[in-house]
Structures are given as C-alpha cells and as structure tokens.
Design a protein around this ligand. Structure first.
Ligand code: ADP
Length: 489
C-alpha cells in the first residue's frame, strides 16, 4: 500500500474487525454469565421444590419409598412420579446407601458414561447444599446442577440433584462464531469501501496542496501562493505555513538573483578596463617575447571571465524576469545562413565535418534573433567540442504541428545515461577536471542558457545520447503566430 489513503482504509478495517471481535467476545461473556446464573437459580429452585414436595408428601403419608418386587430395589411411590416427571432437565433422587430412587426421563436418556458422571455428585451430597458443573461428555456437554440433602422426607430419602445442560443456552460460542462468519466479511468490505471514500475525501485538499506546491516550486512561480483554506484545521495551518515558507524562499531567491546580477554587472566594467590595459600592453613596441606570452595567456583568461560574467548576468536577469526578448519576424533560413560560416570555421579547426541543411521553404519565426543565434551556436560549438577529429556534426530542421524542430546531431563522445538529466543544470560538466583549459574548455552554463532561451520562446529543448556514439539535441520552437504572444517593442 503506497498511498496514505489505502493504508488508512486498511487500518480502519483492521481496527473495525478488532473492535467487532472484542465487542462480540464481551457480549458473549456477559450473556453467558447471566445465563449460567439463571440456569443455576433454576436448578436450585427445582431442588428446593422437590425437597419441599417430597417432605410434604412424607408428612402426609408417612411412606414414600417402597421396594420393587421384581428387582428388589427401592423406588419412589408411583403417585409422586408425575410431579417429578413434570420437572424438565436432569433430576436424581438418592437414598442413604448411595442407591438411586428416581431418575428423570432426560437422565435416563443419557449415555451410560454420562449418567455415571452425573451420579458422582449425587452420591456425594452432604449436609451443605452445593452448586456444581459436571462434564457429561459428548454429546451432552456440561451440566450445571444444584444438589442438596433432604432430611424431612423420611430415612430412606437422602437428597436430590437437579441440573440442566448448558448446550441449550441462547448464545453458545458456536452460534456466535457462525453468526460472525456470515456478518464479518460484509461489514469489513463495507467498512473498507466507506473508509477508502472517507479518507479520499479527507485527503483531497492534501492532493490539491501537493499539486499547487509542485506547480509553484519550479523556481519561477515563487510569486504564486496556495489558495488559503478557511477550515481552521491542520490543513489550513499547513497551507499558511507553506505560504509563509514560499514567501521566505521568494525573498531569498530574489536576493540571490539580485546579488548575482549586481556582482556580474559591477565586475564587467573593471574587467573591460583590465582587458583594454592588456591589449594596449600587448601592442607596446618594447614588450619582450616572454612578457607577450604571459599577456596573451592573461588576455585569454580575461576573455573567458568576461564570457562567464555575461552568461551569469543573462541567467540572473532571466531568473528575475528582467531579460526581455526582442521578437522580430525572421526566417529560419536566414538564421542558419548566419551561423553556417562560423560553424564551418570551428569545424575546420577541429577537423570535424559540419553540415548545415538550410530548409528549402521559408520557415517564418517571431523570435529574438540574437538569442536564437546564441542557442544554435551553443549547441553547434558543443557538438564540435565533444566530437573527436574526423567526426561529423549536422544541423537540420523539420516543421510539424505548428512547430519547427531543429536537430543538432554529432558523432562525438556522447553523454552517459546517468549524466543526461543534469546537462541543463548550471555549472554542470561531465568532465569537471578539464574545465579551465585543455581540449574542451567550458564552465557548464551554455546549456542552462540554451534551455532558458528555448522556453522563453514558448519552446523546449531535449537531448538523447549514446555514450561513444554521439548526441542529438532537439529544439522545438513555435512557428510564427502559433504559440507565443508578440511582445510590444
Ligand atoms: P560547457 O561549457 O561545459 O560546454 P554546457 O552547459 O554547454 O557547458 O554543457 C554542459 C555539459 O554537457 C558539458 O560539460 C558536457 O559534459 C555535456 N555536453 C553538452 N553537449 C554535449 C555534446 N554534444 N556531446 C557530449 N557532451 C555534451
């Protein structure tokens, strides 16, 4: 169960099943105690009644026991038998020598082993009356009885035992279990269903909050806030806490962007001064070859630094929403024509064949020409940079569904699948060790800027790659008049 909703529904059902079980057990135990007490009381009253009736009959007639001529055993006078037979359950009347004077019809119907067990307590009747339970075995089960002595019914009658079986009670464990087995699955299924619906309803605002936070937390929508809840419950508190947190995030992001933008901007002027100083020093007539070499290297680094500052400033302004696009009507073929020469020169230097496939038909775009040129050049220079000598790089385009897809492919070193999700991150480079110089210099800002440019034009950029085989970048841009609003100049 991966969702809270599913887990809660299951816990709800488990809790309900537990409660049902405890409830049934308590009902069963309480009911059983009461029914046992009623059974005991009935046995006591019956015994008292038998004792009183036999005593009364003895007082009236003087003789209650006679000897059966056929068996030679003592039995009760026939005229008291109808009364004794009218009493339900197990009745045993015993004489002083441990002889049985009377057995009720229920007692006579008992299997022999059960009868022997029942007679045990009847033969042990003492002067004190007593309650007891005897296990009469299958199929009768337990018999609860009351046994008492009879002193006023003559010397040949010693006592009486009256009892009843517990198997006839209203609630037996078997019956309860059967009832629960029928009812429990229905109740459980219903409770899981109801619980699932209920929890789903309760968690709906949480789902909404998650969706909204997801939409906000992409970094560019921090000005948005969650819709406040007026319920006054935990979720309302969560919403206001999240709103406060987003507010703080927005402020710190703004401070960070402002700082990066200001720092880059402030550093640009002194860097320009340094650059012009170096350039002047290089052209000085008395400069020695050793100094010239140092100055050349320094100028290279200064230029690189200027490039980084420029990229940082672009991204910081984009983050702040202060990097407007200057849209103008353009034909993609013109843009391709502008880059073909530079790309050719770069390819030649790196011994990589560069092929620019200029579209046969016009492809009208409303874009910031400078930015799109920058985007295409970023992709092309990367493609050439990461393709060993002898490889190929190509750029082509295709139109479909109101979009133009520009594809930059190379036969270069490729990107590892684990690296692919990170290539558009700022300052991310696959080979960090060779970032400053060497064969493939760079700082890892080019693709971050490229993505911003594509998305700012209402398009997208994606990469696919196979390590050692090459990489394909696809930029999708809307064709003029299809997706983006023209910006007022
Ligand atoms: P960099 O200045 O390092 O080129 P980018 O942002 O342009 O910065 O690229 C980020 C990283 O993505 C590069 O360091 C490189 O590891 C990888 N990468 C970009 N383009 C390609 C490509 N065509 N082939 C292989 N790897 C590439």
């Amino acid at each position: 169960m991966r969702t809270i909703r599913g887990r809660l529904a299951v816990w709800y059902a488990v809790a309900l099943a537990g409660t049902m079980f405890v409830f049934a057990a308590v009902i069963y135990l309480v009911q059983r105690r009461e029914e046992f007490a009623a059974l005991d009381e009935r046995a006591r009253l019956e015994s008292e009644l038998i004792a009183a009736t036999l005593s009364e009959a003895y007082r009236a007639r003087g003789r209650l026991v006679m000897t059966d001529r056929q068996t030679g055993r003592d039995v009760l006078q026939p005229d008291v038998l109808p009364f004794l037979e009218s009493i339900r359950g197990y009745v045993v009347v015993v004489g002083p020598e441990g002889n049985v004077l009377h057995l009720s019809s229920d007692a006579r119907a008992l299997p022999y082993a059960s009868l022997v067990r029942l007679l045990g307590p009847a033969f042990e009747i003492g002067s004190n009356p007593s309650f007891g339970v005897v296990d009469a075995g299958s199929p009768v089960g337990e018999i609860r009885y009351y046994a008492r002595s009879i002193t006023a019914a003559g010397p040949r009658i010693a006592g009486v035992l009256s009892g009843a079986s517990v198997s006839g009670l209203a609630i037996g464990p078997q019956r309860l279990l059967t009832a629960m087995l029928w009812v429990a699955p229905v109740i459980l299924a219903a409770s899981v269903l109801v619980g699932y619906q209920l929890v789903g309803r309760t968690l709906k605002p949480v789902d909404r909050i998650v969706d909204e936070v997801e939409a906000i937390s992409d970094g560019r929508s921090l000005h948005r806030r969650l819709a406040p809840l007026r319920t006054g419950d935990e979720l309302a508190r969560l919403t206001s806490t999240l709103n406060a947190m987003i507010g703080r995030l927005e402020r710190s992001f703004a401070t960070l962007h402002r700082f990066t933008a200001d720092a880059s901007h402030e550093l640009k002027t002194p860097l320009t001064v340094v650059r012009s100083g170096i350039e002047r020093a290089i052209t000085h007539p008395r400069v020695t070859p050793e100094v010239l070499e140092v100055l050349d290297e320094t100028l290279l680094e200064v230029n690189r630094m200027a490039e980084i500052l420029d990229s940082l400033l672009t991204l910081a302004r984009a983050d702040e929403g202060r990097a407007p696009l200057h849209l103008e009507d353009t034909d993609l073929r013109d843009l391709f024509a502008e880059i073909v020469e530079t790309a050719g020169i770069l390819g030649e230097q790196a011994s990589v064949a560069v092929e620019v496939e200029i579209p046969a038909e016009p492809v009208p775009l409303a874009v910031d020409r400078g930015r799109i040129r920058q985007l295409l050049m970023n992709l092309l220079t990367n493609a050439i940079k990461y393709t060993p000598a002898g490889g190929n790089v190509s750029i082509e385009s295709a139109c479909s569904d109101g979009n133009v897809r520009i594809t930059v492919s190379d036969s270069g070193i490729g990107i590892a699948p684990g690296d692919l999700p990170h290539i558009f991150d700022r300052f991310w480079r696959a080979d960090k060790a060779r970032s400053r110089s060497g064969r493939r210099p760079g700082v890892g800002l080019g693709l971050a800027i490229s993505r911003w440019i594509a998305e700012a034009h209402g398009g997208s950029i994606h990469a696919t790659s196979r390590l050692g085989r090459g990489t394909v970048f696809v930029v999708t841009l809307p064709i003029e008049g299809t997706a983006i609003e023209r910006e007022a100049p």
